[in-house]
Structure formats: structure tokens, C-alpha cells
Design a protein around this ligand. Structure first.
Ligand code: ATP
Ligand code: MG
Length: 244
């Protein structure tokens, strides 16, 4: 069974049709990277999967469950998906450990001691062992973003959605966040991410998906998309970002 199936998904904002029949399947352990110009619909697609935006037509299937049914419990669906967006959204008044364990404790009902133990192990693994008891404003942007990722994975989500998680970072700090994502890939996470970091897309993606005007125009291995793009729109985009 696939982890995620996006079937002919349509989404408009007023008369602006932003997703025009998107089809996409992620199997377990797939790392799929969305690329495309600003406004092509990458974030909107990620937001529809997390039910922040409801789709107009089509279907979203998460591990066999139709999550696009109007009657679905959105909070329940979100508890199965880990999400990290561009802006660090840690709670400023909570220490790192409490930020990271909040969902495990409050949403999944895990007892505090066990959640803390797992959180500390993960924070140490990702070089944040010294920061466990700090408040977010004492951390660099890269450290905050790594904490946000640890928070997203602590509950073992079926699917991880990452939207431009490095684009608000000082270039010096991008590498440490991307290394963490590589670590997640190696440990078998299923990841759908949007990025403007083409080098990273090439390095980490099992499949690169190029979006243009709300459609998936071309998808394939990093080699196919970056070295031998077939569609004119893909070539133009890659030329513009200096990749082809
Ligand atoms: N909540 C909203 N209300 C109205 N229009 C929206 C909303 N969210 C997105 N849009 C529009 O949808 C289109 C696609 O935006 P989206 O954010 O999905 O693009 P993107 O591919 O993520 O771009 P970027 O690379 O800049 O992040 C844009 O025209 C945008 O203005
Ligand atoms: Mg976006």
C-alpha cells in the first residue's frame, strides 16, 4: 500500500486555479522533491495534504484512508503527518524539550518520561544535546529548524512534509539542516518536500517532480530531470536557476 496518493487534485483560490489535476504517489521510504517556479503550487499542494487547504476536486489517500472526505477529522489526520515549514514555529515560551515532546504528550498521550527520553536521544543524535533545556531564542536559525524537524518526527509520522525548510536560513546554516534530512532519508522516512536547493534535490531525492502552473509537467530520477529534462518548461526553469 502506498503512503500517499494524490489523485487528480484541483484547488482554486477565487478564479485563480492553483492545482490543476495533480497526481502523485509516494511509497514507503520514498523521498520526493517538488521543484518549480514561485507560484507553481508546491506549497499549496503540501498544504492540501495536511488539510490546511481543502481540495475542490480529486482525492487524497493516506495509507489507504481517504483524507479528502469532508467528514474526516482533520486533527486526527494531522497527527499522522509531520510538518515543517519555512518559518521556525517553535513556541517561544517553551524550552526545546517541551516544544519537541508537546504533540507526543498532548496528542498521542505518551507519558512525559518516555517522550522526554526519546526526545533527548533524537536531539543528541542531531547535535542538539546541549540545547535540550534552552528556550528557542537562544538557538541559531539552523538549530531551531533542526529542533522543529525533531519535533515533527518524534511521533513517528507516516509522512513528513517539508516546505522550504532552509530558505529562511543564513547560507552558512543550510548544510546542517540538509544533513539532518539526509539522516531521515537513511533511517527510512517517507518525505515529500519542496525546495529551491537544487543540489540538495539532486542528492537526496528518489524522485524529482517539476511543477509548472499547477501541474506536474515532468517527474523522474534526479539524473533524468537535471541532466536530461524532456519538457521545454523544465529546461527553461533549470536554465533560469542555473542548473542546465
Ligand atoms: N491562501 C491563499 N489564498 C489565495 N491565493 C493563494 C493562497 N495560497 C496560495 N495562493 C496562490 O496560489 C498560487 C501558488 O502558490 P504556492 O504558495 O503554492 O506556490 P509555490 O510553488 O509554493 O511558490 P514558492 O516557490 O514561492 O514558495 C500563487 O498564485 C498564490 O498567490
Ligand atoms: Mg512555497
Amino acid at each position: 500500500m502506498s503512503v500517499l496518493e494524490v489523485r487528480n487534485v484541483w484547488k482554486s483560490f477565487g478564479d485563480n486555479t492553483v492545482l490543476k489535476g495533480v497526481d502523485l504517489t509516494l511509497n514507503e521510504h520514498d523521498v520526493v522533491v517538488l521543484i518549480g517556479a514561485s507560484g507553481s503550487g508546491k506549497s499549496t499542494l503540501l498544504r492540501t495534504i495536511n488539510l490546511i487547504e481543502r481540495i475542490d476536486d480529486g482525492q487524497l489517500i493516506l495509507s489507504g484512508d481517504d483524507i479528502s472526505e469532508p467528514s474526516v477529522n482533520a486533527d486526527k489526520v494531522r497527527s499522522r503527518i509531520g510538518v515543517v515549514f519555512q518559518q521556525f514555529n517553535l513556541f517561544p515560551h517553551m524550552r526545546v524539550i517541551d516544544n519537541v515532546t508537546l504533540a507526543a504528550r498532548k496528542v498521542h498521550g505518551e507519558n512525559a518520561a518516555s517522550a522526554r527520553e526519546r526526545a533527548v536521544t533524537l536531539l543528541e543524535k542531531f547535535g542538539l544535546g546541549e540545547k535540550v533545556h534552552d528556550y528557542p531564542d537562544r538557538l541559531s536559525g539552523g538549530q531551531q529548524q533542526r529542533v522543529a524537524i525533531v519535533r515533527a518526527i518524534l511521533t513517528n509520522p507516516e509522512l513528513l512534509l517539508l516546505d522550504e525548510i532552509t530558505s529562511a536560513l543564513d547560507p552558512m546554516l543550510v548544510g546542517e539542516v540538509l544533513d539532518l534530512v539526509k539522516g531521515l532519508k537513511d533511517s527510512g522516512s517517507t518525505i515529500l518536500m519542496a525546495t529551491h536547493e537544487m543540489n540538495f534535490a539532486r542528492e537526496v531525492a528518489d524522485r524529482v517532480v517539476f511543477m509548472h502552473g499547477g501541474r506536474i509537467v515532468e517527474a523522474g530520477s534526479p539524473e533524468q530531470i537535471f541532466d536530461a529534462p524532456v519538457r521545454e518548461e523544465t529546461r527553461e526553469f533549470l536554465a533560469r536557476v542555473g542548473r542546465h
